[in-house]
Design a protein around this ligand. Structure first.
Ligand SMILES: Nc1ncnc2c1ncn2[C@@H]1O[C@H](COP(=O)(O)OP(=O)(O)O)[C@@H](O)[C@H]1O
Ligand SMILES: [Mg+2]
Length: 588
């Protein structure tokens, strides 16, 4: 039963060979080095025998010297061979794990965003780091160690049989005696090691969250509580580690005792034979040498076996990730965007629920046409589904029914890069990368010149404050732009979209975090932009909405009213209510 599971586990390692395949030459060279060292290792026993019998027993200084010389040559060969094997295999391990990391990352970056709602980012990250590291050690050392030990085991047993049949039978009885406790304890140690690793990972997650939310923790005076909670986590990890260390120490003690007892026993039996002249001292020396070699090989194989099992788990997880297909793909051959179409964007009977909430629709039966160059405003209470419209437009999700069209083509048939190239989005919560201003604005168009970046920043009314940063445009913004205010972040995100200069501009409450004065300036820049772009703007401020060609009033995933400002004031109760709230707010 367990063997079956193991077999299955090991076959999951097979796909790793696809990553090794490009490096056949390295593998072949390492194998040659491996064979060489194994051969030298095995003949070393003969060297030992020669030194004892011809040097010590025969009492010849000359022969001893030449024997030692040969021994040193063999040892040098062994060193060179080992260097080559170790170097090549370790290099291969690093290379392969690097390649796997790249493959996993290249996969992740194209996956549909909802994948990351179901899978925690911490877990994915640990696959990229821990799991690939484990595979690295498999490819880089464990595998060649197993192969080497296997060669030594077979060769060692043959040499033992050649050297002395009677003693060999003792060894063959002793080895399992040593192995059984090793395997039993080894398994326990490994299990504990795995749960120890999990406990450490939990600690990492915990610290990560606290650091991210440090201001909330301190503002609510939760330091003591968090200290205690963290202390519990650490103690849990320690308890697991303590058990592991105890088992491991016990394992080492038992193995040492059994190994040396067995060797002593052999020396006793063999010594008797030497004394009675049935075998030479050199033969006994060589025999002990081979016996130790066999025992060590078996021990290595047992250890590597466990590691291979663990790696099989890692490989399974990694390959699962590599096999995930993005839900967002272009169906068939991508169609070119029909530039002559008068309608830029169209929602046709669109129904959509987020995958994590299949039973509560976020959009219900949406129908909307947006003509070229129009400015459309989406208004409505929070949770109405406004942002969701943008998500569907950019194909972060696909609707369950109905279709979204760009220039009269279902966006599922447009190449994703083409689709997203035509849109520029300023999200509700601006996203900045932990780099400088240049990098963050250039994200919109990586090959833009400095002048173009500065021009975009000026249009977004960001130039002035950027100039006042310690290093101007080269200022580092910190992780997620922590060194900027909300309004500043928003203006950088705006500059990025302006720099991209897309056909369609999507602004999600893009001015919500600005103070009245900056908003006034940014609004002026936006009005200019909106003139020659199709713009969909999610706004809760009247100022923006007034300029729109069409105002779409949304509530609970539905479009409840469409019209311009004055129409809606007459016809839409929800719009009137939203306006009243606005006036109240600006009055207070
Ligand atoms: N990633 C998500 N997974 C599940 N539900 C979501 C997700 N994002 C938004 N929702 C839900 O969808 C509805 C519409 O959200 P959204 O479009 O963000 O509203 P708005 O932008 O109008 O405030 C809300 O009920 C919200 O809770
Ligand atoms: Mg929103």
């Amino acid at each position: 039963m367990t063997d079956k599971i193991n077999e299955k586990a090991f076959t999951s390692l097979l796909p790793i060979f696809a990553f090794i395949k490009p490096y056949k030459m390295i593998v072949a060279s390492a194998l040659i080095a491996l064979l060489l060292t194994a051969a030298v290792n095995l003949s070393l026993g003969q060297g030992v025998k020669f030194v004892i019998d011809n040097g010590f027993i025969a009492g010849s200084q000359e022969q001893l010297s030449s024997a030692i010389l040969i021994l040193i040559i063999m040892i040098s060969l062994l060193a060179i061979g080992t260097f080559c094997r170790f170097f090549l295999m370790s290099l291969l391990g690093e290379r392969v794990s690097g390649d796997i990391r790249k493959a996993v990352f290249n996969k992740i970056i194209t996956l549909h965003p909802s994948y990351f709602e179901e899978n925690r980012s911490g877990e994915i990250m640990s696959r990229l780091t821990t799991d690939t590291a484990l595979l690295q050690s498999i490819v880089g050392s464990s595998f060649s160690m197993a192969l080497r030990s296997f060669l030594m085991l077979i060769g060692g047993i043959i040499m033992l049989l050649i050297t002395n049949l009677k003693l060999t039978s003792i060894v063959l009885v002793c080895v399992p005696l040593i192995l059984v406790p090793m395997i039993v304890f080894g398994r326990k140690v490994r299990k504990l090691a795995a749960s120890s690793q999990d406990a450490i990972a939990d600690i990492g997650t915990y610290v990560g969250e606290i650091i991210q939310n440090i201001k909330v923790v301190q503002s609510y005076n939760h330091e003591e509580k968090e200290k205690n909670a963290f202390s519990d986590e650490v103690e849990k990890a320690f308890e697991v580690a303590k058990k592991r260390v105890k088992q491991r120490s016990f394992l080492i003690a038992v193995v040492i005792f059994l190994t040396f007892s067995a060797i002593s026993f052999m020396l006793w039996i063999g010594g008797m034979d030497v004394l009675s002249g049935k075998m030479s001292g050199g033969e006994l020396g060589a025999f002990v040498f081979y016996a130790i070699m066999v025992a060590m090989s078996v021990a290595t194989i047992a250890e590597v076996y466990g590691e291979l099992q663990r790696a099989a788990g890692s490989a399974t997880r990694l390959l699962e990730l590599l096999k995930v297909k993005s839900d967002i793909t272009t169906s068939g051959n991508p169609k070119p965007i029909n530039q002559t179409s008068q309608i830029d964007i169209e929602f046709e009977n669109v129904n959509f629920s987020y995958p994590s909430r299949p039973n509560s629709p976020a959009l219900k039966n949406i129908n909307l046409k947006i003509a070229n160059g129009q400015t459309i405003a989406l208004v409505g209470p929070s949770g109405a589904g406004k942002t969701t419209m943008f998500e569907l437009l950019q194909r972060f999700y696909d609707p369950q029914s109905g279709q979204v069209k760009l220039k009269n083509t279902n966006i599922c048939q447009v190449a994703l890069t083409e689709l997203r190239h035509s849109m520029g989005m300023v999200p509700q919560h601006p996203i900045l990368f932990s780099s400088d201003v240049w990098h963050n604005i250039r994200y919109g168009r990586p090959n833009a010149t400095e002048q173009e970046v500065i021009h975009a920043a000026k249009q977004a009314h960001a130039h002035e404050f950027i100039e006042n940063l310690p290093d101007g445009y080269s200022s580092f913004l910190g992780e997620q732009g922590v060194r900027l205010s909300g309004g500043q972040k928003q203006r950088i995100a705006l500059a990025r979209a302006i720099l991209k200069d897309p056909d369609i501009l999507l602004l999600d409450e893009a001015t919500s975090a600005l103070d009245a004065q900056s908003e006034h300036h940014v609004q002026a820049a936006l009005d200019q932009l909106m003139k020659n772009h199709t713009t969909v703007i999610i706004a809760h401020r009247l100022a923006t909405v007034l300029h729109a060609d069409l105002i779409v009033v949304m509530d609970q995933g539905e479009i409840v009213d469409i019209g311009n400002h004055s129409d809606l004031l007459k016809s839409s109760t929800l719009y009137n209510r939203l306006c009243e709230l606005q006036f109240d707010k600006s009055a207070s």
